[in-house]
Design a protein around this ligand. Sequence first.
Ligand code: TYM
Length: 339
Amino acid sequence: MRIFSGIQPTGRKHLGNYIGAIRQYVEGQERSAASGHDSLYCIVDLHAITVAYEPTELRERTYDTLAILVAAGLDPQRSILFRQADVQEHAELCWLLSSVTALGELNRMHQFRDKSLAQRELVSAGLLFYPVLQAADVLAYRAGEVPVGEDQREHLELMRDIARRFNARFGGEREILVVPEHRIPAVGARIMDLQDPTRKMSTTGGSEEGTVYVLDDAKTIEKKVKRAVTDSEDPPVIRRGPDKQGVTNLVDILAACTGREPDAVAAEFAQARGYGDLKAAVAEAVIAELTPVRERYADLRSDERALEEILGAGAARAREIARATLAEVRAAMGVGPAA
Ligand code: TYM
């Protein structure tokens, strides 16, 4: 099955992106290579322009993001790594799919509502259209599987609806577009802010202190984890539950970083005298996970020409696939000249 996912070149990538998404990309690369299928990972610069941004920084952030992906284990030989705007079929398909997308559905998307409330100036039409472009990203490749964090579940459902509606309207007997499945990890699909465990860790809405960045050094990670908000239960109780969001988040991070079940991790610390032991173990595991990535990143990021070459080669491979889909979509819709 072909795998596709996208990541924004905005801000600094954090532990939520890493555990919820990037690790799944690397795992997907191995799985799809073993079964002879492609995996595509796209840096979505066209999505990044839907909120206020700095044009001179966009390309820089794209390189940052690519260097993180490669440092985390994505291999440009085995996966197709590319920049969204380099493959113009994404923007065209977005427009074509708008004809089978209901305005009411776009208006109801939680991310649109949250982000438009957070915008201090212009709420762009691009923000409303964000999920249609996201659908185009995946559907252009007829990908079957999309690794994402929990916050993307709603966008994936919409994407599936769009594909189904397109096939019903234009496909006749044929499935022109593949209806994709999301792949949300069992552990770590929603990493929370360490300072406010009722909110997800995020580049835009979160706190600096509560957000662990992929490129934070060991000392910074330790400081942030040790100051993580837990609760004031006395004596402290280490278990997971909706009334223990801070502790649950720490247990989940530790479980994700060490490849164990969250309940087993909680049980191991059940007898601990305070939250300090748990925090020390979390800090150690996160540092062990991120240090090699940070070290490889430094080398990769310094060679922008090499990064641009990776993107160029990836776009050429991606374009081949997207072009074939677009030809069928145009033909089925009666758009442009007959083939
Ligand atoms: P972005 O860059 O905002 O997020 C990238 C990935 O990180 C996941 N994620 C998290 N996972 C766990 N805990 C968190 N706190 C957390 N925060 C973020 C996101 O779920 C995402 O998988 N809309 C996409 C970009 C995109 C895309 C696509 C994804 C554009 N086109 C096509 C899949 C397929 C996004 O949120 O990127």
